[in-house]
Ligand binder design. Sequence first.
Ligand code: UDP
Length: 406
Amino acid sequence: MMIDKYKGISPTADLDLLRILGARFSGRSLLNVNSTRSGGGVAELLGRIVPFLTDLGIDVRWETIEADNGFFGITKKIHNALQGGRERFTHAMWDHYEEVNGKNADALALDADVVFIHGPQPAPLIKAKKSGKWIWRCHIDMSSPSRTVARRILKYVKKYDASVFSVAQFAPPLARPEFVVLPSIDPLSEKNRELPASDISAIAGKFGIPMDRPVLVQVSRFDRFKDQLGVIKAYRLVKKYNDCCLVLAGSPASDDPEGEKVLNEVREFAGQDKDIKILLLPPGSGTEINAIQRLATIVLQKSLKEGFGLTVSEAMWKGKPVIGSAVGGITSQIIHGVNGFLVYSIEGAALRARQLLNNTRLISEMGRGAREHVRKNFLITRQIRDYLAIWAALENRGASEIQLAL
Ligand code: UDP
């Protein structure tokens, strides 16, 4: 079984509980619905969780909603507004949002024992609920959302049996159960598995990334919340004193129509600097991302808002100290001064990068701590354990104890 491959990697207690929960739900059905199969953290997570659950004997399906570009333009605005951005909405936009969801509700088979609806895009599907437990899974940073847009989305969320957030501060007060589940990475995926040094240098060569100089890396969709311009500014401050180059790797997501515009802004801002590599990677570039994170001297995640930031755990798992903004889910991953640094400004990011570049021992010490922190807290086995525990809790509401053993 797939779970056996995690022996010696994941904490034993997680595996024991996961086996018991897996046996309990074997033969039952679970449906996931989100808005894209590639690009961004949700697709990344589902791509790993779905086969794992299937291997546990659960009858799992993963559906994505069908929609036109107009719909994704609107839902990107909703995403931005929920993360605190200023966006304008018309009645026609909300009508289109509802209408597309209505068509998807008719087209999709939404029956399962437990249904996970991911993100705001398919949130209105709850109207089509007939049976099972429905859970709304929020993946974005809702620490300071636009109040009007949040109210609108919460109108749907309130109808779910439960909702799940990545960070407690994102959870608004609701009458139904709310859970906090931190996302995770799969140590055995193409993106995170060990890579031979020859593969890493071959990929560095392919992208023209030097291996004999310090490399700063940020891997992120081209999205303003990821603040690639801030990363370039920090790199320029570092570069005044420390030789280094910068890699900004990103790829398009089919539900993110703003990507190209942001990419062009980043390219223009980088100008003619040959030490800045802007890489647009096609979907499915797991090995390339893996190698880029491994060849990094330091990884940055200078997001302005962040639901979780899988890229942070991915880099930490590879033994890299991450300099991350002190926002959203990044603060759940980095222990400041122990396994990375939390920063509040471009200057702060540059200062910490210089501190690390000037002290290679600190880089390896923090990197070791980073990997161990991910092993204990952010591996896929823990997250699946949490999801199945929530399922058990929802089916036993009010029970004073839940019998898990077979
Ligand atoms: N990613 C990728 N290729 C890229 C950029 C990002 O495969 O060019 C992956 C990245 O490795 C991570 C996911 O997309 O697994 C992004 O998840 P995260 O939670 O960091 O951010 P999101 O995009 O969901 O806001």
